[in-house]
Design a protein around this ligand. Structure first.
Ligand code: IPD
Ligand code: CA
Ligand code: CA
Length: 274
């Protein structure tokens, strides 16, 4: 199927916005009032009533407007028509650990893939009020004002962000070595705990680059659209084409891309820091 025209994409963008705001209203009202915080299986992987209620509100909006579409939602799994070329990837609360500790870095993330291509993205942090939006061919915005990636091209002048997946205690491929290496080469590497906001903040120039492994499609589907629409570049670590289901992403302002890719590939073993 060809990509829909811009009018149709704008309709999907508005529905995604309604859904992200509806989930965000739940997160705002439950802030600091959680009574049910559980681990989902892996140590540190939390789920709360806020995740569940936010997802229910997001799903209500999508079901009302687009009952024929397919959905992949973090807490409910696969829903809807599996033959549809439209797949919504939903994270009802990205940054659950932050939220459970009342750290105001958390978001709802609503992305739409069309024939597997990330095409619409909305990320809303209800705790700061910032709303990031984009669709393929439409400008990326924050609070309805256009945003652009930074122009930093040297690692020595860059500020990066990354994250550590919940399986970090079970694998030596846990990003610790990359974190040390890039911390050494740059002005700093932040780890703020919301992959969706990491991408949104890259898109508006606060960071120059982001990499992470162990991600799920709902963590990054919306953010990928926003970064690309803001002029950024998204690939695998080695610069080959990005695959949403690989769990790995290298996202930069474009100018820094080759340098960050090369540094990641040249990461020395952790033992060299002793
Ligand atoms: C997590 C956040 C975090 C990333 C983890 C994700 P959650 O999502 O995006 O930044 O490092 O890999 O699982 O659990 O808060 O929705
Ligand atoms: Ca997430
Ligand atoms: Ca989540």
């Amino acid at each position: 199927m060809n990509q829909p025209n811009l009018d149709r994409l704008q309709v999907f963008l508005d529905i995604a916005t309604e859904a992200a705001l509806a989930g965000g209203t739940v997160l705002k009202s439950l802030r600091g009032k959680l009574e049910d915080i559980q681990e989902k299986g892996r140590s540190g992987d939390l789920v709360t009533e806020a995740d569940k209620q936010s997802e229910a509100e997001i799903l209500k909006v999508l079901h009302r407007h687009l009952p024929e579409h397919q959905i992949l939602a973090e807490e409910s799994g696969a829903l809807g028509n599996s033959d549809s070329e439209y797949l919504w990837a939903i994270d009802p609360l990205d940054g659950t650990t932050n939220y459970a500790h009342s750290l105001p870095i958390a978001s709802t993330s609503v992305g739409l893939l069309i024939d597997g291509v990330p095409s619409v993205g909305v990320i809303y942090n209800p705790l700061s009020g910032e709303l990031f939006r984009a669709a393929k061919g439409l400008p990326a915005t924050c609070d309805r004002r256009p945003i652009k990636v930074s122009q930093t091209s040297e690692l020595a002048n860059s500020l990066l962000v990354t994250g550590f997946a919940y399986d970090r205690r079970e694998t030596s491929d846990n990003n610790y070595a990359e974190f040390c290496h890039l911390t050494h080469l740059t002005q700093g590497v932040r780890r703020l705990g919301s992959a969706a906001l990491d991408l949104a903040w890259l898109a508006c120039g606060r960071y120059d680059g982001y990499w992470e492994r162990g991600l799920s499609p709902w963590d990054i589907a919306a953010g990928v659209v926003i970064v690309e629409a803001a002029g950024g570049t998204i690939t695998a670590y080695d610069g080959s084409p990005f695959e949403l289901n690989s769990g790995r992403i290298l996202a930069t302002n474009g100018a820094l891309h080759d340098n960050l890719s090369q540094a990641l590939l040249e990461t020395p073993a952790l033992s060299s820091w002793k």
